[in-house]
Design a protein around this ligand. Structure first.
Ligand SMILES: Cc1cc2nc3c(=O)[nH]c(=O)nc-3n(C[C@H](O)[C@H](O)[C@H](O)COP(=O)(O)OP(=O)(O)OC[C@H]3O[C@@H](n4cnc5c(N)ncnc54)[C@H](O)[C@@H]3O)c2cc1C
Length: 274
């Protein structure tokens, strides 16, 4: 059976440029000027899962992102990987969103796609968490907005005659579930191995639709739930911890070095009884 699947894709800062990410001491916001984005890693696993559920020609896979205009590059990558269409929610009205306002905007965008296509999604996929915010809240919140069953940290997904057998990771084990669509899933990176993007995929992606929607394209949305105004959580203070480290080189035989280390630890009071 071919399914209609949506995938939420978040552009996150390239870890190679973490040294350039700063904190605005006045506005208490993260500054990312000049920092390139990459595809949030777990979202590639989410897209891979979506593409496996969509049969070519009969199913449908859409990627959606809420981000500044640069997010379009990541959506182009999603199209090259195999998504059929991509949607960018981009407007100052969406800026400053906490997780709840982010999930609300994504829900509004997904609802609009459903109404334009005349059919609901069977699956809405997210990564289990983003590589930057990493709150792991957005997929569960989407489940609540839609009123669908939702599972988080999914690392196994198998179809048996229209019923899905799923496994979710816990801290000390795992749980097995049986579910029928529609559902919202936050997937772990262990779920699958995302496919490589082929040159043909890049060529084909140029003809696929990448649609940008602003606030006026979501007329049914409530401003009270969007952006900064719709965010019940506010960052109080944000700072870099002042961690000072002192290096000391110990020399001598291995026994002398160990004795020296022990005396340094005892003198610091860090380990009573050592
Ligand atoms: C108190 C607070 C204040 C904040 N203020 C700001 C602010 O002023 N400006 C700012 O830019 N950010 C701000 N953020 C960060 C912003 O809320 C998060 O980027 C966003 O809500 C997603 O949270 P997350 O990254 O923790 O998602 P997670 O829940 O960890 O992500 C799980 C999955 O949800 C999906 N997802 C998450 N975000 C998106 C998205 N935008 N588009 C598509 N899919 C997505 C992806 O599939 C992702 O893998 C703030 C966060 C908090 C908690």
């Amino acid at each position: 059976m071919a399914y209609r699947v949506a995938v939420c894709v978040k552009p996150v800062p390239d870890p190679n440029y973490y040294g350039h990410v700063g904190i605005d001491p006045v506005k208490k916001t993260i500054t990312r000027a000049g920092v390139p984005n990459i595809f949030n890693p777990a979202d590639k696993n989410a897209l891979e899962a979506a593409l496996r559920l969509r049969e070519p020609g009969s199913g449908y896979a859409a990627a959606i992102s809420m981000s500044p205009p640069e997010g379009a590059e990541i959506l182009r990558e999603a199209l090259a990987m195999g998504a059929d269409e991509a949607y960018l929610l981009c407007d100052r009205a969406f800026a400053g969103a906490d997780t709840l306002a982010t999930s609300y905007a994504l829900c509004q965008g997904l609802r609009k796609i459903e109404s334009e296509k005349g059919l609901p999604f069977d699956f809405i996929f997210c990564g289990a968490e983003s590589a930057d915010g990493a709150t792991a809240q957005v997929s569960s919140q989407l489940g609540e907005w839609f009123g669908y069953p939702q599972l988080w940290n999914v690392f196994s997904l198998e179809e048996r005659g229209g019923v899905f057998m799923l496994k979710t990771k816990l801290e000390n084990g795992c749980m097995e579930w049986e579910a029928k669509p529609p559902m919202v899933l936050g997937v772990a990176r262990e779920l699958n191995k995302p496919r490589f993007i082929s040159a043909m995929g890049v060529v084909k992606s140029r003809k696929k639709p990448l649609v940008t929607w602003g606030r006026s394209d979501l007329p049914g949305a409530d401003d009270g739930y969007l952006g900064l105004a719709g965010s019940p959580t506010k960052a109080g203070d944000i700072f870099t911890p002042d961690i000072r480290r002192e290096g000391r080189r110990l020399s001598g035989s291995p026994d002398e070095i160990v004795a020296g280390m022990l005396s340094v630890i005892r003198a610091s009071g860090a380990a009573a009884g050592v």
